[in-house]
Design a protein around this ligand. Structure first.
Ligand SMILES: *Cc1c(COP(=O)(O)O)cnc(C)c1O
Length: 393
């Protein structure tokens, strides 16, 4: 059974926690433990849990603390600010910042013991200069571009780059990595091409006669579909949260969704046949029908694209959103017979009485990907953490 965790969720900057806002993101820490375990057992190598963008909307600090308590090897974030927030919250395990570095921020990596992604010779020199000035060695991961064309040294030019990095007096090359562009598509030939390019680049370490650093390549798609990408460490993000990276993804693992999005009925009325609902009067009642109002909207990150397209659960039954989703509220048609009372729970993502609405399906209805749905749920919604008993296992 779910019990609120002793460690209360951080107060939202909007103070909604104190006011008992009926809308919340519920984060199931036991499901998170389960997914970490399942992924670890599946790949057989250490896991770097990716917790960028507020841990995919689940709450950066509570998620990172929980993963650390579960014995995860390492964390990854996108920006140095996210890494600093984790250090300030007492997270002590290694943290890699995945993003490209911005020169003025290099000293902050070193000051907070964050591992740096070095994605060019130029950036290697920047890191060296900062490290020397601070008298502090930088722990770096070399980024090789094998087909994403985002950041990283093209694999065909990796020789000189790797040579310079391993010769550096101020940098320790802990890892070498690349990022997969199409691993969420199980049938894409792109991944095999990227693996081949990456391994070719890694061969320079052997050529130079230096120990191979930690090679990591697999995002969630790689973890789920491409064993060749697992190498020495994997970097799942969305799969840790029990959500598939794409509609075509087929999970060989029984992962459990970690996040639920719930609210409550705050208004109930009968809308007469022919009357219209919400801005723009885009939906008209086909008959006298019962309509409820739910106090969450696009101002919370619940997409306006779900206007007359999304569905919710009330008393274990699916009902359609009717009319436009407003900034703070939307309406749901229960039909002429449906029942609900003020205060009844409304599930937007998650389970209720044996029924389920998954994040993947919400994304599809909104014309986007699950990543955008999760990371869009913003700080106005209080987070509630359930489960997460002591220690790993
Ligand atoms: C975001 C990200 C990941 C995790 O991606 P998922 O698809 O969520 O598993 C891994 N590696 C890098 C470099 C990333 O930017």
């Amino acid at each position: 059974m779910h019990r609120p965790s002793a460690e209360a969720p951080a107060l939202s900057p909007h103070g909604t926690e104190a006011c008992d806002r009926p809308t919340r993101v519920r984060v199931d820490l036991d499901a998170l433990s389960h997914n970490l375990q399942a992924i670890g057992a599946h790949v057989g190598v250490p896991v770097m849990g990716i917790v960028k963008a507020n841990a995919y909307g689940h709450g950066l600090v509570p998620v990172a603390r929980h993963l650390q308590a579960q014995g995860i090897a390492q964390l990854g974030v996108a920006f140095v600010e996210e890494g600093i927030a984790l250090r300030q919250a007492g997270v002590t395990i290694p943290i890699l910042v995945l993003g490209g570095i911005y020169a003025p921020q290099v000293t902050q990596f070193l000051a907070h013991d964050l591992e740096v992604t070095v994605s060019s010779l130029d950036k290697l020199r920047q890191v060296e200069r900062a490290a020397e000035a601070m008298g502090r060695r930088a722990v770096i991961h070399l980024k090789i571009d094998t087909g994403m064309e985002r950041i990283g040294v093209h694999s065909e030019n990796a020789g000189r780059f790797i040579e310079a990095a391993v010769a550096s007096r101020w940098c320790t090359v802990k890892g070498v990595y690349s990022h997969l562009a199409c691993a969420d598509e199980p049938d894409s030939p792109m991944t095999a091409v990227q693996v081949a390019r990456f391994l070719e680049a890694c061969a320079h370490f052997d050529r130079l006669g230096v120990p191979m650093p930690v090679r990591h390549l697999a995002n969630s798609g790689g973890v789920l579909h491409f064993p060749d990408t697992w190498l020495d460490m994997v970097r799942p993000g969305i799969a840790l949260f029990g959500v598939m990276p794409a509609p075509s993804a087929r999970s060989p693992l029984a992962l459990r969704p970690v996040l639920s999005l719930v609210s409550r009925v705050v208004y109930f009325k009968v809308v007469k046949a022919g009357r219209t609902v919400s801005y723009g009067a885009t939906w008209a009642a086909p008959c006298d029908t019962r309509v409820i109002t739910v106090p969450i909207g696009y101002g919370d990150g619940y997409p306006r694209a779900l206007s007359s397209r999304g569905e919710v659960l009330v008393r274990g039954v699916r009902y359609p959103i009717v009319g436009r989703v407003c900034m703070d509220q939307f309406m749901v048609d229960l039909g002429p017979e449906g029942t609900a009372y003020n205060g009844d729970e409304v599930v937007l993502i998650g389970h209720q009485d044996g029924a389920e609405i998954r994040c993947e399906e919400v994304a599809l209805a909104a014309g986007t990907i699950p990543y955008e749905i999760l990371t869009g749920l913003n700080e106005r919604i209080p987070r509630e953490y359930v489960g997460g008993g002591p220690g790993p296992g």
